[in-house]
Design a protein around this ligand. Sequence first.
Ligand code: ADE
Length: 225
Amino acid sequence: MKFTVLTLFPEFIENSMHTSICKRAIENGYLELETCNFREYTENKNGRVDDYPYGGGAGMLIQAQPVYDAYMAVTGGRKVRTIYLTPQGEVFNQAKAHELAEEEELVFLCGHYEGIDERVLEEIVTDNISIGDYVLTGGEIASVVVMDAISRLIPGVLGNHDSADTESFENGLLEYPQYTRPEIWRDKKVPEVLLSGHHANIEKWRQEQSLLRTKERRPDLLDGQ
Ligand code: ADE
């Protein structure tokens, strides 16, 4: 998978993605990351990429020209799935992560200020994605969230690929509670069934716990089932 991120803050993306599991995945060649600061493409003599909105109103807008020229430079005009991070987008979830993980290449466009001139969005964006119903100062954090969720679905990225399957959301439910040593901690004992070695009973207990936890914490996930 190759991720290309168009952003005014490439160092934020580089620092975030060169950490932990994504860092290892980049080093081992499962992921490729390119960042492009579209400020470098502006035709404005002072290096500006923003201007006042036509019709008035608060804040500044990013102009179409630097974004489009940066996009053309990184894609060479090829059709690449291009994601704009915006609170106006489809709310990101695990199903969307799976869908995007099928692509060989993705471009992420991160906005700032009050947004980006609509005409360049019409020209290059294939998917509008929001990471939740709140407003961030820019799309960078959202792009890292989306890239991280996609990365761990790419075969080889997680050390033990099995561990992706049992996670929360993979079967529409939250994951069951887990325990490690010691067997008793602050008078709290690990559930007996997990010490029994009886695999069928353990599996049954885990399924029950998943359902219970989902009912308690995220009943909305059960509505569609
Ligand atoms: N940019 C600003 N807020 C955002 C959000 N909630 N999701 C994605 N991108 C954003």
